[in-house]
Design a protein around this ligand. Structure first.
Ligand code: 5RP
Length: 218
């Protein structure tokens, strides 16, 4: 139970309106949002359809009573967590769901990032995550090194070998900095053959931070 994560989720809930198609991110902070959204729909008798970003969130949405639909192009609002937040960009991918997250979050008319205060600590660090086609991973590792990053293949906790994403790919956790302009860096990473998507998200509408007592806009 994290009051800070729940408060961040409450902040985003205020932007949900009847009839919306809402992109549902992945992770523990988003899990609070999904639960609260399910309650809001019942209490206020509003109808919302979710577009999920992972199998994990699909299960949570069904549990919360939120109907889900495939991405057909239109998403009114997306709400998603982050591992690090900065004014210019956020880093995501801790849950390995970054590719579907970026598709849904960027497809949305408005994308709100929700995070607990620890994610906004200027001293906090997190690897730059990239999802790669398995065939390419050794090549991509070398390309990442050329960018000054230290990549490591993510391995599973309750399964031997590499983590395999919802898209049947591998994940590289790359220790290092976002260099220069975040939007350009995001494009540079995606231009490497074999990279499916990266965890630098430089396009969002607002960031809502939660702490033990309240939420506020970053
Ligand atoms: C998953 C993500 C998550 O949004 C990110 O890792 C934050 O997770 P949490 O809310 O559990 O801290 O990017 O790919």
């Amino acid at each position: 139970m994290s009051a800070a994560k729940e408060n961040a989720a409450k902040g985003a809930l205020e932007y949900v309106e009847d009839g919306m198609i809402v992109g549902l991110g992945s992770g523990t902070t988003t899990a609070y949002f999904v639960e609260l959204l399910g309650k809001k729909m019942k209490e206020e008798k509003i109808s919302v359809v979710g577009v999920v970003t992972s199998f994990d969130t699909e299960i949570l949405a069904k549990k919360a009573g939120i109907p889900v639909m495939p991405l057909d192009g239109k998403v009114n609002l997306a709400v998603d967590g982050a591992d690090i937040v900065k004014k210019e960009y956020v880093l995501k991918g801790g849950g390995g769901a970054l590719t579907r997250e970026k598709i849904v979050d960027y497809a949305a008319e408005k994308f709100i990032v929700i995070a607990d205060e620890a994610k906004a600590d200027p001293n906090a660090t997190y690897p730059i995550v990239v999802e790669v086609v398995p065939f390419s991973y050794l090549y991509v590792i070398e390309e990442m090194k050329k960018l000054g990053l230290e990549p490591e293949l993510r391995v599973g906790g309750k399964k031997l070998g590499p983590v395999v994403t919802d898209n049947s790919n591998f994940i590289l956790d790359c220790v290092g900095e976002v260099k220069g302009d975040a939007t350009e860096f995001e494009k540079t990473l995606n231009a490497i053959p074999g990279v499916v998507e990266n965890g630098v998200f430089s396009k969002f509408w607002k960031i809502i931070i939660g702490n033990e007592k309240e939420f506020y806009e970053f």
